[in-house]
Ligand binder design. Structure first.
Ligand code: PNW
Length: 478
């Protein structure tokens, strides 16, 4: 019998994001986001697709809630499409009441079923008009002011929401959007991929600006809404566990730590410790922006909880050469096999993802220790399956690989709670198969199969019925 270490009110459930599931890009006045624009550029999305239809969730929230009920979920994390709320995005631009009403109804409908909403303000679908108007996330003054206004608009429209997430994975917005160019808006120094971009600088500026915008939104929530609404607010950061490639080599041990600093501490150190990690300052020099005292005051202490997204783990091998100008890892290699030839986990459909539940437990402990045991919500965790998209429907529905991922990772989470980590929730990625960004629809992450050819019909997979019982087994009975 597993140890019952999780509180009865542990918030487990599933997560999604607006652009990945909603479709309806022009319905009821929605304006274009940078992802609408990016998807139109040939070659950017693996299967040439876009979020134009996706899971059609804009028209099917009732079906999504039915799915959540079927799983027994206690919580649901979704994101708001900024351009449904403010189609042009800016603080002087018109607000679209129809867009607000859509999300208000979603919140009401979830609460009617006793499902707790976790609302992400920004999951990468930045207003295209603002990107064109002033350079988007690169423009600190304008972006921070517009984001703050957008955040205030949502806080004031949805007082029933008690769990706010400011940003989803600013690492991805910064590195994939402004260094590798794999994600919108696709900036990179590689001129074969983009006419604009400086991979050695822009990503660090964007990360910096996201931190300040996060801090500005938190200040608004705390000063104007928290006392009356009684909610909490935090940022969601991504990062995967690391092991030294050669545990006997101190330089690999150091590099494994540095990799975590370049992904997680880049954002979490300023928030919890008030400064960027030394390893980053050392490697990046004046390319790493510095905080003004006013900006630092916004950022430091700005998390009511830590939102954690994690999927995989890597073996880390140090490099002996000088770091490249566009390096964002911390001058090291990430590998799936170590010096002894051990493999970190089985292959999936995602080139960057191999399940490793022990790494998940280790990382929960690493974050807890470094940031003095903050309240953690795991806001994403899950897996794709090698070749799933090419399987027959019956085989897809019998997703034992994903079910086992959730069993082992939930057990690992319970282990971390036993270790002393303060984990209060877990939102599995994802409620349903959806638009997997640059990989299009070829990669599925859902506990629900979505039949894209057959009218977006949803069919729960085996894993949809695995998460709940596994949590129940670890939950206190009183
Ligand atoms: C997260 N990587 O993205 C996102 O928050 C989700 O929207 C996405 O669907 C999910 O994970 C699965 O991919 C990531 O390359 C995308 O390391 C790529 C990486 C990490 C996270």
């Amino acid at each position: 019998m597993p140890e019952r270490v999780l509180d009865k009110d542990f918030a487990w459930g599933f997560a999604t994001a607006s652009y990945q599931i909603e479709g309806a890009p022009t319905a009821d006045g929605r304006g274009p986001s940078i992802w609408d624009t990016f998807c139109k550029i040939p070659g950017k999305i693996a299967d040439g697709s876009s979020g134009d239809v996706a899971c059609d969730s804009y028209n099917r929230t009732a079906e999504d809630i039915t799915l959540l009920k079927l799983t027994g979920a206690k919580a649901y994390r979704f994101s708001v499409s900024w351009t449904r709320i403010i189609p042009l995005g800016g603080r002087e631009d018109p607000v679209n009441q129809t867009g607000i009403d859509y999300y208000k109804k979603l919140v009401d409908d979830l609460l009617a079923e006793e499902i707790i909403p976790f609302v992400t303000l920004f999951h990468w679908d930045f207003p295209d008009a603002l990107d064109k108007r002033y350079g988007g996330l690169l423009n600190k003054t304008e972006f921070v002011a517009d984001y703050a206004h957008y955040a205030r608009t949502l806080f004031s429209a949805m007082p029933k929401v008690k769990n706010w997430i400011t940003f989803n994975e600013p690492w991805c917005s910064s590195i994939l959007g402004y260094n590798t160019g794999l994600f919108a808006p696709g900036h990179t120094s590689d001129r074969s991929k983009s006419a604009v971009g400086d991979s050695s600088r822009e990503c660090w500026i964007v990360g910096h600006n996201c931190l300040i915008a996060h801090g500005a939104a938190v200040k608004i929530y705390r000063e104007e809404f928290k006392a009356t609404d009684g909610g909490q607010i935090g940022i969601t950061l991504n990062g995967d566990s690391t092991y030294p490639w050669d545990t006997e080599d101190p330089l690999d041990v150091e590099a494994a730590e540095r990799k975590l600093e370049f992904s997680i501490s880049w954002f979490a150190d300023p928030i919890y410790l008030g400064k960027y990690p030394d390893s980053m300052a050392k490697q990046l020099g004046d390319r790493l922006p510095t905080f003004t005292p006013e900006d630092l005051a916004l950022v430091k202490g700005s998390n009511d909880f830590y939102g954690m997204n994690t999927y995989t783990a890597n073996y880390i091998k140090h490099k002996t050469t000088e770091p490249e100008a566009d390096d964002f890892l911390g001058n090291l290699e990430t590998l799936f096999t170590n010096s002894k030839g051990d493999c970190i986990g089985p292959e999936t459909q995602s080139f960057w993802l191999r399940p490793n539940a022990q790494g998940f437990k280790n990382l929960l402990n690493w974050i807890s220790k470094r940031y003095n045991y903050p309240t953690i919500y795991v806001t994403e965790n899950g897996t794709s399956i090698k070749g799933e998209n090419d399987m027959a429907k019956e085989e897809i529905l019998d997703d034992e690989f994903r079910a086992e991922y959730f069993r082992t990772h939930i057990a690992a989470l319970a282990g971390a709670v036993s270790d002393g980590c303060k984990i209060k929730g877990y939102l599995a990625w994802s409620l349903m198969d959806n638009f997997e960004w640059a990989e299009g629809y070829e990669t599925r992450f859902g506990v629900t199969y979505v039949d894209y050819e057959g009218g977006q019909v949803r069919y729960p997979k085996k894993s949809a019925k695995t998460v709940g019982p596994q949590f129940e087994a670890f939950m206190k009975t009183e």
